[in-house]
Design a protein around this ligand. Structure first.
Ligand code: FE2
Length: 334
């Protein structure tokens, strides 16, 4: 049985905004992410940076040196409807299109389509839209969802319709501290075996979401990584590689801003602020989960009505026909 983590981020993942603060999504290099997954004994991994494949291609080149792991080039694409993951890509998929257009582009590259955290109430999931989309599978465990609702509800939907989708897990790790907390099990050990298992709907999700403390470690890692780059900038020794948005951004700011960022980052690393951030996030997730769980049965009934309507329109085995028509052939991984 092989083990795959196909939702991993690197420093090529761009930025997030929290209020007026802009911070990098991740500060780890593709090489570090490969080393980490090898140390955890994974057979297959995919780098799925936000709207970028440069880090994934870099990681794939690096992974070629080793015989114990294969790296799939992926991307977590921002669409106007929510986020979607393309795996086994040959080139970058543009962001900002409708999810249907995005799926078509992934398919045109013979890619696999996975919906990450589909029923999340705190990051952009595709929600009920996944029911009618041409996706191969969706995550029933997403490592960035320690809340009581999102993963549990996804699992309920998956289990209600066996064989319709491939069950997936992805750590969604933006930090090495949370890489590999959950994984997808498949028959075989290679990336081709993994692809085949998805197409045959024979995968299984395992592991669990990272604990909230993992998110604190992530934020501290992001701040410390940013500090290093700011320091390099101030010492005029910053190296900027093509496609590395983080280094490009640091390179573009003034020395004054770099100095201010260094001071603000140092202040963040003191325990009162990091602990307060973790407590606030737990509080927010607790309230949200309670609200969502109370509406869960109604939502499941609504989903069942949509599925029955789709099957009545397409024929009860509409999904299966689509699966049989698609090639279940191996594809190069990098
Ligand atoms: Fe992600």
């Amino acid at each position: 049985m092989g083990k795959a983590d196909t939702h991993l981020h690197t420093q090529y993942s761009g930025y997030s905004k929290l209020g007026v603060m802009k911070f990098p999504e991740s500060v780890i290099s593709p090489e570090t992410q490969v080393d980490r997954m090898r140390s955890l004994g994974y057979d297959v991994m995919a780098i799925t940076d936000h709207d970028e494949t440069a880090g994934a291609f870099k990681g794939a080149e690096y992974a070629k040196r080793f015989s114990d792991i294969e790296l799939i080039v992926g991307e977590e694409v921002t669409t106007t409807d929510g986020e979607i993951i393309g795996l086994f890509l040959n080139e970058k998929v543009p962001m900002g299109l409708s999810v249907e257009e995005t799926v078509d582009i992934i398919r045109s590259q013979d890619g696999i389509v996975i919906a990450p955290h589909p029923f999340s109430f705190h990051v952009p999931g595709l929600q009920e839209k996944i029911l009618e989309l041409d996706i191969d599978g969706f995550e029933t465990i997403n490592g960035g969802h320690p809340d009581r609702y999102s993963n549990m509800f996804a699992k309920r939907v998956m289990d209600a319709y066996p064989g319709r989708w491939a069950e997936m897990a992805g750590s969604d790790a933006h930090s090495v501290y949370t890489s590999g907390t959950c994984w997808t099990e498949f028959e075989g050990t290679t990336a081709d075996d993994f692809r085949r298992s998805i197409l045959q709907r024979r995968t299984r999700a395992a592991g669990k979401a990272a604990p909230p403390f993992g998110q604190v470690q992530w934020s501290a890692e992001v701040v410390m990584g940013g500090q290093r780059l700011l320091l390099d900038k101030l010492k005029s020794r910053l190296v900027v590689q093509k496609g590395d948005q983080l280094a490009e951004k640091v390179d573009s700011i003034s020395r004054l801003k770099a100095g201010a960022g260094l001071i603000a980052g140092t202040a963040y690393l003191f325990p009162p602020i990091t602990c307060l951030a973790a407590t606030l996030s737990l509080f927010y997730l607790g309230i949200g989960s309670r609200k969502m769980v109370s509406r869960m049965d109604d939502r499941l009934n609504g989903i069942d009505r949509i599925i029955k309507g789709l099957d009545a329109r397409n024929g009860s085995d509409g999904k299966r026909k689509m699966l049989q028509n698609r090639d279940v052939h191996p594809k190069g991984t990098s």
